[in-house]
Design a protein around this ligand. Structure first.
Ligand SMILES: Cc1ncc(COP(=O)(O)O)c(C=O)c1O
Length: 409
């Protein structure tokens, strides 16, 4: 893309490449070598966003972009183009970027694409499914909860039966990877029953997009939601919705919100090349750099392979220490792993967290109400050697705390 003296953009990516070229030489993923990597005063984030980012992604935020400037608009355009292409949706869908965390984009997608008299079925097997239900209640739209056990994947046969039983359900809202536990829901099978019943599908792919395969040419959906600071390894601050163009164009008058109206956001972007309201410029620049690295590293298959290695190293190491996983391996997504808290009375999560943090790793508390758990993320600019170092830190801490009985509470 060429940007002339007035800031107008022209075809091709040359100018964009020029702006960002200085950021491109170094893309190593983090090795957590405190001696050679001066970023390592930062802890390694074993959390599913914010997560550990590469040096090049951090460096991309060392430049101030003008929100009206042609160069920034060109960057937004290339980001949206690439986000759509990552799931092969460029012929059928459009990408609408949105300021804020992932929940803002989920709420925007539901509020924009579900008509005010619509009714949404939510197969519920975890906390992010429950968040969708809360959003629907806040929006004053009808919602039907299809309750599942938190250790069970969403069941396509039950979704099919619920749709058959209630023809007034217009949409299904499905969380792909339920980050509350780490379970991977069977998205293709659910998409098939939703399409066969002629209803719309809205996918919360926040923690799966970019790593778990999704192909819009074979999987029918109205909207898919994700964010900058997850498997693309950008920084948090921007969500995006990949919406079927025809569904978006029919969405006029659905949204009760100004800031979360995706149709308005998209139309303004189409007309002007600009975001409607102040864009998260540094977040967009970091995401641009993160996508460049994603593509250079081999895109979705390579990202999945690295996360699968991270997950395997983590689970093997933690099991060797005596921990038990909450989910069976067959249901586990390589994104975040829930472990049962050790039974030993000497174990105390806040103290355990503090000591592991002192050794350079940030863990996550569990999100389950019925069982005492902790979670460890497998995503971010890290490889399996970092997971091994994290397991070694956990082993040291357990020994120092005198935690001998590591099986579940
Ligand atoms: C499945 C899922 N949905 C939605 C969100 C959005 O949450 P937040 O607004 O905190 O980014 C997340 C964040 O981790 C998530 O994992």
């Amino acid at each position: 893309m060429r940007i002339d003296a007035t800031g107008a953009t022209h075809d091709g990516d040359a100018t964009y490449n020029g702006w960002m070229a200085h950021l491109r030489p170094q893309w190593p993923i983090c090795t957590h070598d405190k001696k050679t990597d001066n970023s390592m005063t930062d802890p390694i984030l074993l959390t599913p966003g914010p997560l550990t980012t590469s040096e090049a992604t951090k460096a991309a935020m060392m430049y101030d972009w003008g929100s009206w400037d042609g160069a920034f608009n060109a960057m937004t355009a290339t980001v949206c183009r690439d986000l759509t292409a990552i799931i092969q949706a460029q012929d059928s869908h459009v990408c609408i970027p949105l300021q804020g965390s992932g929940t803002f984009a989920v709420e925007a997608a539901l509020g924009t694409l579900v008509p005010r008299k619509g009714k949404v079925l939510v197969p519920d097997n975890g906390s992010y499914c429950k968040r969708i239900v809360r959003i629907m209640n806040c929006l004053g739209r009808e919602v039907v909860v299809l309750a599942h056990d938190e250790s069970a994947a969403a069941d396509p046969a039950r979704v099919d039966a619920a749709l058959a039983a209630d023809p007034t359900i217009t949409h299904v809202a499905q969380v792909h990877c339920e980050t509350g536990t780490g379970i991977l829901n069977p998205l293709p099978a659910i998409a098939e029953v939703v399409a066969a019943r002629g209803r719309g599908l809205i996918i919360d792919a926040m923690s799966s997009y970019g790593a778990i395969p999704i192909d819009a040419r074979s999987l029918r959906f109205e909207a898919l939601i994700a964010a900058s600071g997850k498997c693309l390894e950008g920084v948090p601050g921007m969500g995006f919705v990949i919406a079927r163009r025809a569904a978006l164009e029919e969405a006029r008058g659905n949204s009760q919100s100004l800031a979360l109206d995706l149709l308005d956001q998209w139309q303004y972007l189409q007309k002007t090349g600009q975001w409607r309201f102040t864009p998260p410029t540094h977040v967009v620049a970091a995401l641009r750099a993160a996508i460049d690295q994603y593509q250079a590293q081999g895109g979705q298959p390579a990202r999945l392979a690295r996360y699968a290695s991270n997950c395997a190293a983590l689970v093997k190491g933690m099991r060797e220490l005596g921990f038990q996983t909450f989910l069976p391996d067959a249901l586990q997504a390589p994104i975040i792993v829930t472990f049962h808290s050790p039974a030993d009375p000497a174990y105390d999560f806040p103290e355990f967290y503090r000591r592991v943090r002192e050794r350079g790793f940030i863990l996550y508390p569990g999100k389950l109400t019925a069982v005492d758990t902790l979670r460890v993320g497998c995503i971010g600019a890290i490889g399996p050697e970092v997971m091994n170092q994290a397991v070694a830190a956990v082993a040291d801490v357990l020994r120092d705390m005198g935690v001998r009985e590591r099986a579940r509470r």
